[in-house]
Design a binder for this molecule. Sequence first.
Ligand SMILES: Nc1ncnc2c1ncn2[C@@H]1O[C@H](COP(=O)(O)OP(=O)(O)OP(=O)(O)O)[C@@H](O)[C@H]1O
Ligand SMILES: [Mg+2]
Length: 497
Amino acid sequence: MSEEVKLRVSQIEKSFPGVKALDKIDFSVRKGTVHALCGENGAGKSTLMKIINGIYKPDSGQIFIDEKPVQVKDPIQGQSLGIAMIAQELNYVPEMSVEENLFLGRLPVNKFGKVNWKEVRQKTLQFLKEEGLNYKPDQKLKTLTVSDIQMLEIIKAISNDAQIIVMDEPTSAITQKEVELLFKKIGILKEKGVSIIYISHKLDEVFQIADDITVFRDGTVVKSMRAESTDINEVIALMVGRKMENVYPKEEIKIGENLLDVKDLCSDCLYENVSFHLQRGEIIGFAGLVGAGRTEVMRSLFGLDGISSGEVLISGKKVCIKNVSSSIKNGMIMLSEDRRRYGIIPVRSVMENASLSSLDQFVYGGYTHRKKEKTTVGQYFDKMNVKTPTLNTSIRSLSGGNQQKVLLAKWMLRNPDILILDEPTRGIDVGAKFEIYKLMTEMAKAGKGVIMVSSELPELIGMCDRIYVMCQGRIEGELHKDQFSQEAIMKFATGTC
Ligand SMILES: Nc1ncnc2c1ncn2[C@@H]1O[C@H](COP(=O)(O)OP(=O)(O)OP(=O)(O)O)[C@@H](O)[C@H]1O
Ligand SMILES: [Mg+2]
C-alpha cells in the first residue's frame, strides 16, 4: 500500500456563530487507501469534508493535493481538482429528474451555452444500464426511495473520475446488498489509486474497509492510526473520551394490557394482511430488509398513507386513522426515517422545531409562554445531550445526528402512548444511541409502548421484547426473546424459512 500522501490539510480552523467546529486540524490521506473518520455527533467531521469539497471556506489553514497547496472555492472547482463528495444529508430537489441530478453542475453545453439534452439522455441510459439500475432518465427523484437516491448519489460520485472521494455516511439508507456492492466498488477504486475518506457511525463497517482511522472529538483530531493497530473498543473510547459498558440499557418491565392491535392491515400493493399487537411496557421491533414494507405499514398506522382494509384498535377501542392529527390525538407519534423530507423545518430554530407540535402546552389565552417553552425544551435537550450553541440556532446548522435528536425531543414533548421510531439511531453516534435507548426504556417503564423499525439487528436484539420480521410486504415471523438471533431474523427476512 502506498505511503504517498494524496491529500493533506494543515492547521484548518473553522468557527460558526457560537461554536468552534474545527480547531487546528492536521490530517492526511494516503493514495489508494480508505481513511475512516470517526467521532461523535457534532465532532466536526462533515465540516472538514465540506471545506475539502469547497462548500465552506476555512477561517485559516491550508489544503494540499499531491503536496501542492490548493484553494477550493466551490464544489465545481473541487470537481476539477478531482474531489467528489457524497453528502451526509441527501439534499435533492424532489422535482428533479434522474438525468438532471446525475449531470448537475456538469451538463454538456454547446458553444452558445445550450444544453445538449440528447447527449444527457444517451449518457444517462448507458450509465444506468452499466450500473444495472432500472430507473427511467426522466423519472422524478420524488418517486424514488431514500435508498435509491442514496445509491444514485454514490454512483454519481464514483462516475466522476475523482481522485479523492468523500463518503459521508454513505450506507445510512441502503440495503445490505447495496452495501456489499459499494464495498466492492471501493475495492476497485482503491486499486485504481483513488483515495477515499469514509465517515460512518457503523464501526463494524469502518473496520471492514478502512486502512487508516482518524478519531475526532470536539473539533480536534484525537488520534490517527492504522486500522490494523487498533480495535472497535479503542475507537469508541477515543470518540467519547470514556469507556462504554452495557450498550443496551434494557430493563425487565412488567408487561401490561394490549395498547395497540393491528388486524389484517392491507394496502393495495405495499403490504398485505399485517397483524400484530403491542402491549403496555413493551418495546417491539420490526426487522426486515429495506423495501420489506415496514416503513409503509408504519406510515399507514400514523395516518400518512391510506389503507385498503384492516382494523386498528387502541386500548381495545376501534379507531379510524384518517390523518396525522387524528393519530396524534390518539396518542400515537412517529419519527420518520426520511427526516429531510418529513421531519425538520430547516430555517426555523431548534426550539421551534422541537416545540412545533406541542405548542398547545405553552399557549395560554392566546399567548405563548416562552419561558415555559424554553425550560421544557431545554430539559429534553439536556436529557438527550443535544449539541447546539443556543436554542435559537437554526436547525440546519446542527450536525446530522443532533438534528435527529431535536426531532426525537419534539415527539417526546407530546408524551405519547405509542411511539413509532423508524430507524431512530441512523447516523447517530454511540453515546447518543445510548441516550435514545434509555428514553425508549423510560417510555416502556411509564407503561407506554414503543415500536422500533430498524435494520441494525444488534439493537433490535438488545432492546426489544418481541421482534416481527417482514419480507415482501408480509409479516413472515414473530420472535420472542428466547428465540432472538441474527440468523433467525435473517431467515425470515430473506424468506428462506
Ligand atoms: N452551517 C453551520 N452553521 C452553524 N454551525 C454549524 C454549521 N455546520 C456545522 N455547524 C456546527 O459545527 C459543529 C460540527 O458539526 P459537523 O456537522 O461537522 O459534525 P459531524 O462530526 O459531522 O457530526 P454528525 O456525526 O452528527 O454528522 C457542530 O457543533 C455543528 O452544530
Ligand atoms: Mg456529519
